[in-house]
Design a protein around this ligand. Structure first.
Ligand code: SF4
Ligand code: SF4
Length: 371
């Protein structure tokens, strides 16, 4: 499997990394078999977190590390924000992973500005990380962000992180465009390693797996971190990365136009519907709807499996408060639309803008608000 150098570190990782979240769903023997199959096929990036199954994922990876630690780059994560908390968490991780050092340690889920303040404050997590580095317990420092590209951008200037991991896929790029348009280029300027998570949008793109893998790799990331809880999924992912050919810009446009998951509901943020005579910022409202529930609830009745998948994933990123607060500050709101209809014919994706504005307002308006 092709390997890429992670930014300015001396680590080279395979295009497909194995994420440890799904290992908690497997009996131990099967988890170990999947990890070994991945390593045997040239994969060399294993990533886990203390929070995955309260250490269960780390314990499973630790069993493999006992036998073949030198065969892979090992990463783990902690959501602790204090020096004491992160130091303790790392000790636990090292014990479960049967190693004296992890290659990469993530400040995990750095999603809010308050958390940036907390980790950078005296006795904050960054002091703990620095100390652990000096003691030879971690080699490189990373962070992950799941929902707030603006927080990720600030994290980039807060501390000299070696790499980052953010969601990058052709669905959420319309809900959180900042990852692709701002965070990724800035990280590249800083010569940081970039790992992509949520390549299949938490499974939402499962029917378009090859395209999803091809899309995210075409962004020029170093590795895709994907979970695989069956041999079949693992082999499919390996096959897709091994046969990777980048999309051309025209092919990407076509994908955005035709992807069934985007359909005629997800706003592509092209701004062509503007201006609205009442000054409604249509794309911004749909962006906030995306940050609220990923534009997954479109009011269309589907079969039970599709319905259940959307219901399961729409709040997966847990960003509702953030989106609602931003909507509260937005004026005018969607509710002032007088249905003049000027915008709809301008939308190249045939989005029923009036209907969608109505739905977006229902989702985003605080029940206590008068709008
Ligand atoms: S239909 Fe509503 S959103 Fe569209 S242009 Fe008219 S007032 Fe603006
Ligand atoms: S024209 Fe359609 S896709 Fe483009 S910003 Fe407006 S609603 Fe979104």
């Amino acid at each position: 499997m092709e390997k890429r150098k992670l930014g300015s570190t001396d680590l080279s990782v395979s295009l497909l990394g194995l994420g440890g979240f799904h290992l908690v769903e497997l009996p131990e023997r099967e988890a170990l078999r999947i990890i070994n199959l991945y390593l045997d096929q040239g994969g060399n990036y294993l990533e886990t977190a203390e929070s995955y199954g309260s250490g269960n994922s780390e314990e499973k990876i630790g069993k493999v590390a006992k036998v073949r630690r030198n065969d892979f780059v090992l990463a783990t994560k902690s959501t602790q924000r204090s020096k004491e908390g992160i130091t303790k968490a790392l000790e636990g991780s090292l014990r479960r992973l049967h190693t004296s050092e992890v290659d990469i340690f993530f400040v995990h889920g750095l999603n809010r500005f308050e958390e940036l303040d907390a980790i950078a404050s005296p006795q904050g997590a960054l002091e703990g990380v620095e100390k652990a580095k000096k003691e030879g317990k971690i080699r490189f420092v990373a962070f992950s962000n799941h929902v707030t590209p603006d927080v990720a951008l600030n994290a980039l200037s807060l501390y000299p992180f070696d790499l980052l991991m953010v969601p990058l896929n052709y669905f959420d790029r319309f809900n959180f465009p900042g990852w692709e348009e701002e965070v990724l280029p800035r990280a590249r300027e800083k010569r940081m390693g970039v790992l992509a998570m949520k390549v299949l949008a938490d499974g939402f793109l499962w029917e378009s797996e090859r395209k999803a893998i091809r899309y995210t790799l075409s962004l020029g990331v170093d590795s895709l971190v994907m979970g695989a809880n069956t041999e079949e999924y693992l082999n499919r992912d390996i096959e897709a990365v091994e046969n990777f050919v980048p999309f051309t810009p025209e092919e990407i446009e076509k994908l955005w136009e035709e992807a069934p998951e985007l359909g005629n509901y997800v706003c592509r943020q092209c701004d062509k519907c503007l201006p609205c005579p009442l000054g409604i910022d249509i794309p911004r409202i749909f962006l906030l709807e995306g940050q609220y529930d990923r534009q997954m609830q479109d009011g269309i009745i589907r079969d039970p499996a599709q319905y259940a998948l959307r219901e399961r994933l729409r709040f997966w990123l847990g960003n509702q408060d953030y989106a609602r607060k931003a909507y509260q500050e937005l004026n005018p709101k969607a509710s002032v639309c007088n249905e003049c209809g000027e915008c709809e014919p301008r939308c190249p994706y045939k989005i029923p803008i009036i209907y969608k504005l109505n739905l977006a307002h229902e989702k985003l308006a605080d029940a206590r608000s008068s709008d």
